[in-house]
Design a protein around this ligand. Sequence first.
Ligand SMILES: NC(=O)C1=CN([C@@H]2O[C@H](COP(=O)(O)OP(=O)(O)OC[C@H]3O[C@@H](n4cnc5c(N)ncnc54)[C@H](O)[C@@H]3O)[C@@H](O)[C@H]2O)C=CC1
Ligand SMILES: O=C([O-])CC(=O)C(=O)O
Length: 280
Amino acid sequence: MSTIGMTGGLRVGLLGVGALGGTIADLLGAGHIAGCSPAGTIRSTTALSPADLLSGIDVLVESAGAQAARAWVPRAIAAGVDVVLCSCGVLADLDFTRELADGDGTGRVLVPSGAIGGLDLFAAAGRALSAPAGRLAGDRPVRASVVLTTTKRPSALGVETDRPIEVFRGSARSAAREYPRTANVAVALALATIGLDEVTVVMVADPAAARTRHLVTMSSPLGEYELGVTNAVAPGSGGRTSAVTPWSVVTLLESLAAGHGAGLLVHPANDFRHDTEDRT
Ligand SMILES: NC(=O)C1=CN([C@@H]2O[C@H](COP(=O)(O)OP(=O)(O)OC[C@H]3O[C@@H](n4cnc5c(N)ncnc54)[C@H](O)[C@@H]3O)[C@@H](O)[C@H]2O)C=CC1
Ligand SMILES: O=C([O-])CC(=O)C(=O)O
């Protein structure tokens, strides 16, 4: 099904209507996202072509998964359309970010805070690490560590267990490779702070976890920070998706429409040029 039209404000296209996109579609359709109007919806079965949708919208909300994101984001950026990228784990793929960096479109990639928050504080502490020598810690090297520990029900992490087990420990970049459906939070946190190869991610499968738990700890010369989030899971997501995620898209869209406000993490596509060196 598709609808193209505009009743005022930012014209929003939606790609993917599942656990996350379903809530956004309902809120958009009911006029509950300030300054935004629905301007087209793409479900996997739609006959609408990308060109048709992209020519009639200002912003595309991607909530369809990594594969769809890879296909759509470059086209949207080339068409000058901003993308709210729920499947932001794709930004851990250097080939993909090279493709974005090589494009010359004016669309931007907007990363929602998704299932966590507090990215403003973590980003500020991470940003300060690039201060001129001596500003933060005399002549001592300035270091920080950021660790995300995610606890989910075992099925959401693709395992079976009758007790809590650690199923993954590694960088945010490898978390995105191994758990593309559940590492978007890790990638958003890493992009906001010290980078995909520097942030450590731990994933725990716990049969007693009726809710999803994300714990972020950051240690830096500026302070010690800890943020714990216990999220209800979105119905129909099998515990993979936290129910707060579509609401993070709502706050981002409203900020975008207002030109200011919470939730904006903006990446011009050429921002990804810094991330194009080979890393080991
Ligand atoms: N940034 C964050 O914190 C979070 C991100 N996510 C990510 O958001 C994405 C969506 O999550 P859910 O809604 O839970 O997934 P879902 O599987 O419930 O919904 C995805 C929907 O997109 C549709 N779809 C797939 N390919 C499509 C295509 N090419 N065109 C149009 N529709 C297509 C599917 O049929 C399905 O209805 C996933 O990549 C997920 O990993 C989920 C939770 C938190
Ligand atoms: O990061 C993700 O992809 C999803 C997630 O953990 C959540 O929704 O809590």
